[in-house]
Design a protein around this ligand. Structure first.
Ligand SMILES: [Zn+2]
Length: 182
C-alpha cells in the first residue's frame, strides 16, 4: 500500500528536522513517484551538512590552537592525550608549517527547505542556504525528475498538452483517458 501524503510529509519532517520546520516551509506538493528522489536528496544534503560542519569546527579549533602556539596545536593533534604519538607530532608540524590566516571562512549556511513541488513536469526544490554541493545535488535531482513517473516512480517522460507532466506509458494512458472524459 502506498504511504499517504500526510504520513510521508510527517515522516520526512521527523527524519530531517534540520531541513524542515523553520517557519517558512511551504510543504510538499508532489505525487508518490518522486518521493524516493526527494528523500535521497534530503539525505545527501544532511550528510554533506554534517561533513562540512565537522570540517568547519576542526578549522576553528585549529585556528585557535595556532594562535596559542605550537604546544596547543600538538595538544589538538594528540586529542587530549599527554603522550603525543609520532604521527601526532608529524601532523602538528604540518599544521604549524601552513601559512597562518587571520580568520576561518564562514560556515555553510544551513539548508532550509521552502517548498517541494512539481512545475512543468519537473521537480522544483526551493530552499535557502547551502553551498555549491547542495546546488549541484538539487540540480541533478530536478533533472532526474524529468525521467521518473510522478505517479509511480517508473521510467517516464515529459509530455502532455496544457498541463505538462512526467509519466510512464501506463500513467500517461490513464491520464489521457481521464482528460478525454472530463
Ligand atoms: Zn507511472
Amino acid at each position: 500500500m502506498i504511504e499517504s501524503h500526510v504520513d510521508f510529509t510527517t515522516r520526512m519532517e521527523q527524519r530531517f528536522p534540520g531541513l524542515f520546520g523553520q517557519g517558512q516551509y511551504g510543504g510538499f506538493d508532489i505525487e508518490p513517484g518522486w518521493r524516493t528522489l526527494v528523500q535521497t536528496l534530503c539525505h545527501s544534503i544532511e550528510c554533506h551538512t554534517e561533513s562540512v560542519t565537522r570540517d568547519h569546527d576542526l578549522a576553528l579549533r585549529t585556528h585557535a590552537a595556532k594562535q596559542q602556539g605550537y604546544d596547543a596545536v600538538l595538544a589538538l593533534c594528540a586529542r587530549g592525550s599527554t603522550q603525543p604519538s609520532q604521527w601526532d607530532r608529524q601532523r602538528a608540524d604540518e599544521i604549524w608549517a601552513e601559512p597562518h590566516t587571520d580568520s576561518v571562512p564562514d560556515a555553510m549556511q544551513p539548508v532550509t527547505i521552502l517548498q517541494v513541488k512539481e512545475k512543468f513536469g519537473t521537480l522544483r526544490f526551493y530552499y535557502q542556504g547551502g553551498d555549491q554541493f547542495v546546488r549541484g545535488a538539487v540540480w541533478v535531482t530536478e533533472g532526474m525528475s524529468a525521467h521518473v513517473c510522478e505517479t509511480c516512480g517508473a521510467p517516464g517522460s515529459r509530455g502532455g498538452t496544457g498541463w505538462i507532466r512526467t509519466l510512464c506509458p501506463t500513467h500517461r494512458a490513464q491520464h489521457d483517458a481521464q482528460r478525454a472524459q472530463s
